[in-house]
Ligand binder design. Structure first.
Ligand code: HEM
Length: 455
């Protein structure tokens, strides 16, 4: 018996003992079909991983950060010398970057990690949007996800002002003015956002929201989101088959890949890659701290939010668009996203079979990217209606031509397939069928009754 054989056997026995006594297989999440070993099936897990890393880096930042607009009470004041009259929130950030070993790396990783989390949350959202992951039975997963997206944006908003730079305070004030324009909700949330109305009141509220209130809400909702995912299982691939199943049943789990250790290690690989990239980027391009609130050279500084709010800032630059209109449009957009599972109720999940939803999604994505770039290039510059039509019009036009063309191109082959299958399934809604499909005699033999249902 070679050493290798002995080593492997011993390792298996030791691990088998730990696994059994600790009941590890029972902690694990649901087994998944083998085809889900692709990153596109785990976009949500990437967001969850980014959130977890934000919590860790954020807790480390808390060891140094002082949430105060007054003079600093710690060694930071002496360390920064002539800048010691700066507010403690800014001063402690400056101290962290310049005097704490790896402090700059930590802060940059937290900041870029926030960007990554937001970006990944958008990717996760758009994947679900295009592939119809919000359809029955995943309506609540979608609605919880929408609130998670809002909370993630809230984390970005409340964190932006914490270093207390002039740019971030200006942008936060604009954001708060916009938020307060929300009918009813604005007046209700004002005391929570502003505190006693002083600069310290604002900073304290933002701090409390950023480090406690929103993360707790996010964590609790994420738990519900993942519990819903566990109970429905992963959404099968979106196909053009109207009788396609919408979930895998528990009895199929024996043929699927167990979460522990296979999926767990698959995720770990991606998590480590993410961490390496994050630290690498933070080390190569560290964040530069802009000047502090009240510094005379900074009074004229531009008002610019982080990139994920630039689109909203640019919207207010449009001729005739008042803050009330901008906030109203954003609220309508959020209501559309939240209620989407109830607006698009057909069982069709493939994007080419859902032209209306795809046109709206593409147009919103195009507008969003355009406004973000525009907002970054020319913040605060008034835009006249012709300028708006020139840039946003083509996006709408291309969509109105390309998406229906795809829909019409595939409609015939789709109908033919339907008739060939002889499923007897009648498409709901306005989808026209060429010729009546023959009546079905029996359901396809290989499927269980739960799996066959179009739910
Ligand atoms: C903080 C933000 C979010 C986190 C951490 C998160 C996390 C997750 C996780 C871990 C899953 C399991 C499958 C996967 O990894 O993709 C999942 C699934 C899902 N999420 Fe999210 N999510 C977030 C935001 C959203 C948003 C914004 C939406 C849409 C509005 C959404 C809708 C869904 C849906 C419909 C599923 C089921 C997908 C399927 O079965 O394939 N989530 N989410």
């Amino acid at each position: 018996m070679g050493f290798e054989h002995w080593f492997n056997r011993t390792l298996n026995r030791v691990w088998g003992f730990i696994e059994e006594r600790a009941g590890i297989p029972n902690w694990a999440l649901r087994p998944q079909p083998a085809f889900t070993f692709k990153p596109s099936y785990w976009t949500g897990a990437f967001v969850a991983n980014a959130f977890f890393i934000q919590v860790v880096t954020g807790l480390l930042l808390l060891l140094y950060y002082e949430p105060s607009v007054g003079p600093t009470l710690t060694a930071c004041g002496q360390a920064v010398g002539a800048l010691s009259q700066s507010p403690a929130a800014w001063c402690s950030t400056y101290y962290l970057i310049n005097s704490v070993p790896m402090g700059g790396l930590l802060l940059s990783s937290h900041l870029y990690g926030a960007y990554a989390m937001l970006f990944l949350a958008f990717v996760h959202f758009y994947r679900g949007y295009y592939l119809g992951a919000y359809k029955k039975p995943r309506e609540f997963s979608w609605m919880a996800g929408t609130v998670l997206l809002l909370l993630t944006l809230g984390m970005g908003f409340t964190g932006y002002v914490l270093p207390y730079t002039q740019i971030s305070l200006n942008a936060t004030n604009v954001g708060i003015v916009l938020a307060l324009r929300l009918p009813t909700l604005g007046a209700l949330t004002a005391p929570f956002l502003l505190g006693d109305g002083t600069p310290q009141g604002l900073l304290s509220r933002m701090f409390a929201l950023h480090v406690l209130v929103i993360p707790l809400a996010l964590g609790a909702l994420l738990y519900a989101h993942i519990a819903l995912f566990e109970s429905h299982g992963i959404a099968p691939p979106a196909t053009s088959d109207p009788t396609q199943r919408s979930r895998y049943v528990r009895s199929e789990e024996k043929e699927q890949v167990p979460f522990w250790p296979h999926i767990f290690f698959y995720m770990t690989k991606w998590a480590l890659l993410y961490l390496g990239l994050l630290f690498g980027i933070a080390a190569l391009w560290p964040w530069q701290l802009p000047t502090y609130v009240g510094n005379l050279t900074a009074i004229q500084s531009v008002t610019e939010p982080d990139w994920y709010f630039l689109w909203l800032f640019k919207l207010v630059d449009f001729y005739g668009v008042t803050p009330v209109i901008a906030v109203g449009a954003t609220t309508l957009l959020m209501v559309y996203v939240l209620l989407l599972p109830f607006l698009d109720r057909s069982p069709r999940r493939h994007p080419r079979d859902r032209p209306f939803v795809v046109i709206i999604g593409n147009t919103l994505l195009g507008f969003f990217i355009l406004l973000t770039v525009w907002g970054g290039l020319t913040p605060g510059v008034l835009i006249y209606p012709l300028g708006v039509a020139e840039r946003l019009g083509p996006i709408l036009l291309v969509n109105l031509i390309v998406v229906p063309a795809f829909y019409l191109r595939y409609r015939r082959s789709y109908q033919r397939r339907l008739i060939d299958r002889g499923s007897g399934y009648r498409l709901p809604g306005a989808y026209p069928i060429l010729g009546a499909p023959p009546r079905a005699t029996a359901a396809p033999a290989t499927r269980t009754s739960e799996a066959t249902s179009v739910d």
